[in-house]
Design a protein around this ligand. Structure first.
Ligand SMILES: Cc1cc2nc3c(=O)[nH]c(=O)nc-3n(C[C@H](O)[C@H](O)[C@H](O)COP(=O)(O)OP(=O)(O)OC[C@H]3O[C@@H](n4cnc5c(N)ncnc54)[C@H](O)[C@@H]3O)c2cc1C
Length: 404
């Protein structure tokens, strides 16, 4: 057993410094502009691709860190740079996680590289579960996938909503129902490649925050895909459905398997925003003078900053623990993944709110980044499972009772 240490090793420190440099020099200077433009920041993604940060190799390397920390460090630094730009860079990884969770090794080899592309020929991925009437309640999703035996094709129909990179992605991973009477246990994941007929972008949404990240509806109309684009393959699906019909326990549902693994990663991004706001307001509180003294000399302000720091450090520990557990394949017996996402996202909302308070009027105007950080932070308590759903996961895990 390796000696316990909470110190970053040399590789981790190098990674952290490298991503921090990118966040500081490439992301921060253009963050305000892309927030205002509310468009996909292709030049920023291109810069990340050029240095190898937006690539399959980079993500595989980060995932191969058995401590689970590399991913945490990477995401915290990127979101420290800017959360909207960060989502534009890492949004494709949701599709990758959706593929990883369900694909055969051959499917993973074929489709994951297509979520990134190469510098000069960038590609994006999208992961579509949510629908207008199926948000937290994934079992209510209505998108249907019907198998056409004659042509060995799946035919998909339905509308997905609020999809990151939806309709502009080159690869869409779509969760659909193959057997509606089985609820979420009758779901399966499908991968839809570039240029496929019958898939298109619906409405593009204007948002409160993370505005550099594209969010839109994805409409599927008689979208036909080859049989081998069912992730995991038909044989495995048929076996799973047979087990469910016999009343036996089926393996984790398609969508849930993806969300479980990505929660600490969402927490790490929220943490990055919180740290940005904390650092900025700490500096400001030392500079800003009222009543002849720096405002930090007032306990009312200093205690806010102390609480902000405590919450940020506690959130980081929860994220790192969950990521370490996931990397070492330990089950989240107490909902540790949910704990990390819940606490980090609520910390980000609270810390950015306090940061605005510390800046006073300056905190409320767009010339300063703090109001943007607050707008950005809020989504983290909503997507990939709302705070209420995270509490439900933890409450059920610790009690063994199916709390409603
Ligand atoms: C910017 C953005 C990006 C997104 N990206 C993606 C994406 O890439 N892919 C994707 O599939 N989805 C995506 N989503 C969708 C997101 O995951 C959903 O919005 C989220 O799961 C919540 O669903 P909902 O909005 O329908 O809220 P609802 O489920 O309708 O919830 C509304 C309120 O009721 C509460 N509530 C619901 N059920 C319960 C319960 N049982 N107990 C207690 N409280 C409950 C919720 O916590 C919430 O407060 C994105 C959303 C946004 C805004």
């Amino acid at each position: 057993m390796a000696e316990f240490s909470m110190q970053l090793n040399e590789d981790q420190q190098t990674l952290k410094d490298w991503v921090h440099g990118f966040a500081e020099n490439v992301m921060r200077p253009v963050a305000h502009e892309w927030d205002e433009r509310e468009e996909t920041p292709w030049p920023v993604i291109e810069e990340a691709a050029k240095i190898g940060m937006y690539s399959l190799d980079f993500v595989s390397n980060a995932f191969s860190d058995k401590t689970g920390l590399s991913m945490m460090l990477y995401l915290e630094e990127l979101a420290w740079g800017d959360a909207g730009l960060c989502m534009a860079i890492v949004g494709s990884s949701l599709a990758v996680a959706g593929i990883m969770a369900n694909a055969t090794p051959e499917q993973a080899m074929e489709w994951i590289p297509q979520c990134y592309g190469t510098p000069g020929d960038l590609k994006l991925g999208a992961f579509g579960v949510s629908e207008p009437d199926a948000g937290s309640d994934v079992s209510a999703l209505r998108t249907r996938a019907i198998y056409d035996e004659k042509t060995d094709e799946w035919v998909l129909n339905g509308t997905k909503t609020w999809i990151t990179n939806g309709g502009i992605a080159h690869t869409h991973v779509i969760v659909a129902s193959v057997e509606p009477e089985l609820g979420s246990r009758g779901h399966a994941s499908f991968v839809i490649g570039e240029g496929t007929k019958g898939i298109r972008m619906g409405q593009k949404f204007q948002k409160m925050g993370i505005r550099a990240s594209h969010t839109a509806e994805v409409v599927l109309e008689d979208c036909r895909i080859p049989g081998n684009q069912l992730l995991g393959g038909k044989e495995k699906l048929d076996e799973r459905l047979a087990r469910v019909r016999e009343g036996k326990k089926a393996s984790t549902q398609a969508a849930m398997a993806t969300f479980e693994a990505t929660r600490p990663a969402v927490g790490a991004q929220a943490l990055g925003i919180a740290r940005a706001a904390y650092e900025y307001s700490l500096d400001y509180a030392k500079e800003r003078k009222q009543f002849g003294r720096a405002i930090i000399e007032n306990q009312a302000i200093a205690f806010k900053l102390a609480d902000m720091k405590v919450h940020i450090d506690a959130a980081r520990l929860l994220c790192w623990r969950a990521s370490w557990m996931a990397a070492t394949r330990q089950p989240f017996l107490n909902g540790e993944g949910s704990m990390s996402k819940l606490f980090a996202s609520e910390t980000a909302v609270k810390v950015t709110d306090e940061a605005i308070q510390i800046l006073g009027g300056y905190g409320y105007i767009r010339e300063y980044p703090v109001e943007r950080w607050h707008r950005d932070a809020k989504i983290y308590t909503i997507f990939e499972g709302t705070s209420e759903i995270q509490r439900l996961v933890v409450a059920r895990a610790i009690s063994g009772i199916h709390i409603k």
